[in-house]
Design a protein around this ligand. Structure first.
Ligand code: MTE
Ligand code: MO
Length: 382
């Protein structure tokens, strides 16, 4: 690491016991916005409300028509494709819920200093593109290859390491049919917006966000296992600096509530009036499918099953909606939902801490104040 790089690019660290969100974390949070949770009401997240996470800068791509995608490395026929070439392959549309592996990070104690997500780093879109396995077939990927490496057009420095954003998938995942990895050119039927990878990106249904390389410019088949920064340094579940850790891969099950009632501007605390309230939300998993959602309205003393939208092929990799009836009575109420999956895993109540703050799917409580209130506009003038 050169001295000038070290000046601007510090090692990862944990926040001190009383340390609040810093200016560095705030700068990241203003660039990388979350999904306003009320937007979970939509099956498909409307444009602009889907969360965004970009490590470096969003590449400027004024002419998508000039973009090239290369497929090379351990292949018998290297490819150099235009967007038009990509569109000549069969196109597939898949509804996918994307979640950042760092979702929930800022709720951890101690807090890993990085993009300070609460639980809003999620969104769902219909992605259309060419199945990656068809491109690898066309190129003649060597069957004994180990990894397929994906390079984005964005460039930066991270913890002293200058790099293009780059991630790999094992060959079996890259060529798999379920989930089927896509090289996507449209999001919800429109060309990809700049922040989501214009003009093309990888979509890896069921995997945390870091695998879905945006601004994809090359696909390289390799007979060695990829040891790039985003694979072997970042995105590992480790307890200590020296721990090599396990790789971050598929999305852990999670359920969230659409925040009920209405919010306080600053505290974001919720208010509801006494009476029947329909609680609703979403649940998803990239591991075993979600089989149930349970809701607590008494701070976890009891859990009741919610009505969960049935599983269909259309929503295998997408979130599903759930609903539960609640009779709100005056007082402070702590509400939460938790997902149960087909392997019998239940979302944990406590944090599963790791240094990167990844895959924290601990149950998220929502404090609701139930009271008879009078709106300002409804108050008679004296
Ligand atoms: N080229 C490139 N691809 C990338 C990233 C990036 O910084 N550069 N960020 C990754 C991460 S960490 C996430 S969570 C998702 C976010 O995708 P979105 O911004 O479309 O929601 O993109 C992934 N793909
Ligand atoms: Mo992410």
């Amino acid at each position: 690491m050169g001295p000038r790089t070290a000046d601007v690019s510090a090692p990862a660290r944990l926040a001190g016991p009383e340390e609040g969100i810093g200016a560095d974390e705030l700068a990241l949070a203003t660039r990388n916005h979350g999904l306003p949770l009320e937007a979970m009401r939509y099956d498909v997240t409307p444009p602009g409300l889907h969360y965004v996470l970009t490590h470096y800068d969003i590449p400027y791509v004024p002419q998508a028509g000039a973009w090239r995608l290369t497929v090379d490395g351990r292949v018998s026929r290297p490819l150099d494709l235009s967007l038009a070439d990509l569109l000549s392959f069969p196109q597939v549309t898949t509804r996918v819920t994307l979640e950042c592996a760092g979702n929930g990070r800022a709720l951890l104690t101690p807090r890993p200093v990085s993009q300070p997500w609460l639980v809003e780093a999620v969104g769902t879109a219909d992605w259309t593109g060419v199945p990656l396995r068809l491109l690898l077939e066309e190129a003649g990927a060597a069957p004994d290859a180990v990894d397929v490496v994906f390079t984005g057009a964005d460039h930066g420095v991270e913890r002293g390491v200058e790099q293009d954003y780059r991630r790999a998938l094992p060959l079996a995942v890259a060529t798999g049919g379920d989930p089927e990895v896509l090289v996507a050119t449209t999001m919800n039927g429109a060309p990809l917006p700049p922040q989501h990878g214009r003009p093309l990106r990888l979509i890896v249904p069921g995997w945390y966000g870091m695998a879905h390389v945006k601004w994809l410019r090359s696909v390289t088949v390799s007979d060695t296992s990829f040891d790039g920064f985003q694979q072997t340094v970042a995105y590992r579940l480790r307890q200590t600096v020296d721990d090599p850790g396990e790789p971050v891969t598929r999305i852990a099950p999670r359920a969230l509530l659409v925040p009920p009632g209405f919010p306080d501007f600053m505290s974001r605390a919720r208010m509801v009036r006494p009476g029947p309230v329909t609680l609703e939300g979403r649940a998803w998993s990239g591991q075993a499918p979600v089989t149930g959602v349970q809701v607590s309205t008494d701070g976890g003393v009891s859990w009741e099953p919610a009505d969960l939208e049935p599983a269909t092929p259309r929503n295998r990799w997408a979130w599903r909606s759930w609903r539960a009836a609640w009779l709100a009575t005056p007082g402070d109420r702590d509400l939460a939902a938790r997902a149960v999956d087909a392997d019998g895993r239940v979302q944990p109540l406590g944090q599963r801490w790791n240094r990167g703050g990844f895959a924290n799917n601990a149950v998220r409580w929502v404090r609701v104040v139930c009271a008879d209130t009078v709106a300002d506009g409804a108050r008679p003038r004296s």
